[in-house]
Design a protein around this ligand. Structure first.
Ligand code: MV4
Length: 472
């Protein structure tokens, strides 16, 4: 096993990884920027080192991080999500310096990072992909020709994109000309490569993903599915496990396809296969995420498997000690991403001092967080501050549990997405499992909720009534 693990990340995921290290009895090392000097994860780690300069650059400086790791006797690095987690150079440098990267190989990251390569690999492996082009489309004439074959509406996608970046939709040939040209010119600047490809545009699909776990000895299993359809501008808001819309037979088929996909990518460690599912329950490979994801806890809650510990174990070369038949999903789990944002102001990030913090608890409640009372939330990082995760034996119990946990949750000083999540938990469509990727956009009524302290009109009216009654 590893002697010491460095966490090349910050915030809630750094805390999450430190917890796994502690349970495994492995010392953990945090790195932090000046802005993160008072962060919770820095206090929780066994050792912590400031990296800089600047709020972001320090976390992205692979040479500095690897040099530090070597100097202090670290033999493995966990990248978390974001930052260096999907940079091909990072595992390559780690390998060169004899440090284990807790994640997949550089080769897998590179292949899955190129969405054209990934699609090709999946087609070859017999995993269904969204109907579209097999190769990059180099001219507008080719785009028009392919679009006729595929059928409108068409999605133009950047090969180097992913996660909602570099997407353009076109309803007809006229729109496609514009969409193709903009996509092409934007792509070069944003992703280095100017390759774009076409896919049939699926209307309001469900986003269903499968968690994969693979060791270095050829054992690959899946840990069931998550429905991540509730998103806004490609930011996930609520994630659930397992999904409510698939029957057991389809889940089994998709799970097997996910394993086939991971095998085709020669995959090791934890990863996710994303599928789009249409109203007729056709499923299509969308992309593979070669990292641990923000929403991994919902899978942990329904499987009882600690994904971070498994990542560490398989990275150390251990044989996966779970067989597919041993993976049993129990009940339902929901995660609400609590962000320091104001949903009513276009989800504008909100920073500053947390003046009060009371977190929920009780049966089936889990908090993966990074804040505390008097902590000052910096304005230079992602606005995700806490993940509230619940587990229930039924869907109804999980929803009720999430609602009461949100009701218990007090965070003051910054606006958060808590009241917005409370509104979703009371929504009939949500409760009925009736949601897809168009859910947030087509339901403006979700913005009808009251912020803490917002109803000063009621306070004034009640005061006036009392005053009138007593004749003040
Ligand atoms: C699509 C699509 C419809 N048709 N591709 C957005 C994120 C990126 N991973 C791919 N995305 C989509 N690709 C085709 N051919 C619709 C989306 C999409 C979406 C996907 C998953 C979750 C939320 C979404 C919200 C809007 C659009």
């Amino acid at each position: 096993m590893f002697k010491k693990i460095l966490i090349a990340n910050r915030g809630e995921i750094a805390t999450r990884i430190i917890r796994a290290c502690k349970e495994l009895g492995i010392p953990s090392v945090a790195i932090y920027s000046e802005e993160d000097s008072n962060a919770l994860y820095v206090k929780k780690a066994d050792e912590a080192y400031m990296v800089g300069p600047g709020p972001i650059e320090g976390y992205m400086n692979i040479h500095r991080i690897v040099d530090l790791a070597m100097k202090i006797g670290v033999d493995a690095i966990h990248p978390g999500y974001g930052f260096l987690s999907e940079k091909v150079r990072f595992p390559l440098l780690c390998e060169k310096k004899g440090i284990t990267f807790i994640g997949p190989s550089a080769q897998s990251i590179m292949e899955m990072g190129d969405k054209v390569k990934a699609r090709k690999l999946m087609m070859k492996a017999g995993v269904p992909v969204v109907p579209g082009t097999e190769d990059p489309v180099d001219t507008v004439e080719d785009a028009l020709m392919w679009a006729e074959k595929i059928g409108y509406p068409i999605m133009v996608k950047a090969a180097g994109g992913g996660g909602g970046r570099g997407l353009r939709m076109a309803e007809d040939a006229k729109a496609l000309k514009g969409a193709y040209e903009t996509a092409k010119s934007e792509t070069k600047a944003a992703f280095g490569s100017s390759d774009v490809f076409l896919e049939k545009y699926l209307v309001r699909p469900h986003h269903i993903e499968f968690q994969i776990l693979a060791d270095k000895h050829g054992n690959i299993i899946h840990l069931g599915d998550r429905d991540c359809s509730i998103q806004r501008r490609h930011q996930k808001l609520v994630e659930i496990a397992p999904s409510l819309i698939l029957d057991d037979k389809l889940k089994d088929t998709m799970g097997k396809a996910a394993i086939k996909a991971a095998k085709a990518a020669n995959y090791t460690n934890a990863g996710t296969i994303e599928f789009l599912v249409d109203d007729d329950r056709n499923f299509y490979f969308l992309e593979m995420n070669t990292r641990i994801q923000v929403e991994h806890p919902v899978t942990e809650q329904v499987t009882g498997i600690d994904l971070i510990k498994k990542q560490i174990e398989v990275a150390a070369g251990k044989v996966l000690d779970i067989k597919q038949k041993d993976v049993k999903l129990q009940g339902f789990s929901i995660e609400c991403r609590i962000c320091s944002e104001d949903p009513k102001n276009n989800f504008m990030p909100n920073s500053g001092r947390v003046t009060a913090y009371y977190s929920p608890g009780g049966i089936g409640v889990r908090i993966d967080g990074s804040i505390y009372k008097d902590y000052v939330i910096p304005d230079c990082y992602d606005s995700l501050i806490v993940k509230l995760i619940v587990h229930g034996s039924t869907w109804e119990e999980a929803v009720a549990r999430m609602k009461r946990s949100l009701d218990e949750f007090v965070i003051r000083g910054v606006k958060t997405t808590i009241p917005f999540h409370q509104r979703i938990m009371s929504d009939e469509d949500f409760k009925n499992g009736d949601f897809d990727t168009g859910y947030i956009d087509r339901k403006p009524e979700l913005m009808d909720y009251y912020e803490y302290g917002e109803r000063t009109d009621l306070v004034a009216a009640v005061s006036a009534a009392i005053a009138a009654h007593y004749g003040f």
